[in-house]
Every structure is written in structure tokens, then in C-alpha cells.
Design a protein around this ligand. Sequence first.
Ligand code: HEC
Length: 168
Amino acid sequence: MDAHQHESFIKTPRQLVVVILLAFLVPVIGILLLVQLVLTVAGPDPRAMAPEAVAERIKPVARVEFGPREGAPAPAQTAAAKPAAQAGPVDGKAVYDKVCFACHQQSVAGSPRLGDKEAWAPRIKQGIATLVQSVLKGKGAMPPRAGNPALTEAEAGAAVEFMVGQSK
Ligand code: HEC
């Protein structure tokens, strides 16, 4: 048996110490690097975990509310403010811009176009009250209340007045 057959690359005690140290340090450093990787790559962004950010992410898609909205004036105030708002004159142009515009600006579905005197003349002859009734009940391709169930008679009237005024 020859000693050369079992020759090791560790030849001196010093090399042995170095190898033992490396055998201990390499895995430890590897684990430290892995931990750091996990913390920086997958770790939560501190801003993302702020209570506001979490609440924003998990908030329900919709919510049902009864009573006044947060930040809305107290019920007593709203009740007092409402009649005043309703009693005030309705802005016919605002109603037109919101509801009637969709069809009457471009004569959609054969509707009399705003400002088209010829188209409006025979209709105006029927009288404002009849025209308002046409809006409330619907006429031809115009759905009842112009397709807006929340439209009040006052709003319909104001919008008709505005349209007639623009089309005479
Ligand atoms: C979906 C389209 C549409 C919308 C929105 C719409 N209209 Fe009309 N409107 C029509 C059409 C179509 C006619 C013609 C109906 C007919 O004579 O057959 C018409 C006719 C009218 C007439 C004449 C009615 C009559 O008796 O001759 C008035 C007045 C009128 N619209 C007012 C309004 C007002 C005011 C609004 C908004 C509040 C409104 N329309 C919104 C489609 C619309």
C-alpha cells in the first residue's frame, strides 16, 4: 500500500484550518444572502402595509348607506336646505344639457333639433303644456321623462321652455 494512493489536497494543518473555516462560513454566508434576498424582493413595502393602504386595498367594492353620507351636512341642515333648492327656479338649460342634449342636439331618432325653427313650429303650436306632457309621458322615440325617471315636472317644463325659446 502506497501513501500516495490516499493523497489529499490538504497537506498542512494550516490548510485544514482554512478548509474547516470555509466549510462553516460558506453556508452561513449563503443563508444570510438568501434571507436578505427574501426580505428585499418579496418583503412587504412598509408603505404598502400602512393601515390606510391596507384599508384601501380591502375596502368593499360597493357599500350601502342609510342616512346622510359621511361628511354630508347633518339631516336637519339638509331638510332645511331642500325646500329652498326646490323652490328656486329650475335651470332649463342645465336640464337640457344633462338629459335632452343627447337626442335633441343632433336630431337623434328624428327628434326636433334644438334651434330648428321649422321642426319646432308645428310642435310649439300645440302649446307648452302639451309639449311638457309629451316629455313626461313620452312620445314616439322619446321615452317617458326622456328616459330619466328622476326628471321632475318642473325640470321637464323648464327644459321645454328653454328648447322652445331657442327654437322660435
Ligand atoms: C332618447 C332621445 C330623446 C331624449 C333624451 C329627449 N327627447 Fe325629446 N324627443 C325625442 C324624439 C324622437 C321626439 C319626436 C317624437 C315624435 O314626435 O314622434 C322628441 C320630441 C320632443 C318634443 C316635442 C313633443 C311634441 O309633443 O311634439 C319636446 C317638447 C321634447 N322632445 C322635449 C324634450 C326634453 C325637454 C327633453 C329632456 C328633458 C327631451 N326631449 C329628451 C327624443 C328625445
